[in-house]
Design a protein around this ligand. Structure first.
Ligand code: SIN
Ligand code: MN
Length: 222
């Protein structure tokens, strides 16, 4: 039995897997509020926020995308499953935020400079929404995923790369938290088992519900 383990080992709440890092309270309330303001604009269109359909069933989470439009198993520039409109561009400020996130998570300067996320899935969860265990594997690139959470806290289940079952770690993702998963954890199964109502902090810009932004590199051109 190991009696003394380093503070930050896989299995630790701050490092629930290899190359997976939780940075609590990374975004200030002011930054959160500004992102929520942007979210309302993105959600209005040209491609309005919608529940994507997986094998004919609407997800309980609603999603609006930036850069590339995601629908189950593919990325396109036009939202062919919504209204055919072109997705909003990926904002430059978000590329810079994604790079700062990698720096914070301990990536080298060269990795940080090479990180140019080109899509963001912006998810809205009401207090009944859930996200089943899945891998983020519609991207051709295995660059890290940068996740930002705003509003109500959730229980986020971060698992293994083999299947949806144990071992997994249940974490709380709270307003302002940064979570980065790359490298050996890039294809780990993960999901949201519960949203915790009335936990959004005053000043985050959201009274109820949860926003999660995941930035990714698609590895697609054009
Ligand atoms: C996702 O898996 O794409 C979103 C995760 C989250 O909402 O924290
Ligand atoms: Mn995911």
């Amino acid at each position: 039995m190991t009696l003394f383990t380093p503070d930050l080992e896989p299995g630790d709440l701050s490092r629930p897997g290899p190359d997976a890092v939780l940075v609590p309270g990374w975004l200030t309330l002011d930054q959160q509020e500004r992102i929520v303001g942007q979210f309302h604009q993105w959600a209005a269109g040209p491609v309005p926020i919608r529940a994507a359909k997986v094998r004919g069933h609407e997800m309980s989470v609603r999603t609006v995308c930036l850069g590339w439009h995601w629908q189950p198993y593919q990325y396109t520039r036009e939202a062919t499953d919504v209204n055919g409109a072109r997705v909003l561009p990926f904002p430059d400020w978000m590329v810079l935020l994604g790079r700062r996130a990698l720096k914070e998570a301990g990536y080298t300067d060269a990795r940080v400079a090479a990180y140019t996320p080109d899509t963001a899935l912006v998810n809205f969860y009401d207090d009944t929404a859930r996200l089943g265990m899945h891998q983020d594997k519609d991207e051709r690139s295995l660059a890290p995923v940068v996740s930002l959470s705003i509003g109500d806290a959730c229980t986020f289940r971060f698992g293994n790369t083999e299947n949806r079952n144990k071992p997994y770690t249940d974490l709380q993702l709270r307003s302002g938290d940064l979570f980065v998963f790359g490298g050996a954890s890039r294809l780990a199964y993960h999901g949201v088992t519960r949203v915790h109502p009335f936990t959004a902090p005053d000043g985050c810009g959201l009274k109820a519900g949860r926003i999660n932004i995941t930035m990714r590199m698609t590895g697609l051109d054009g």
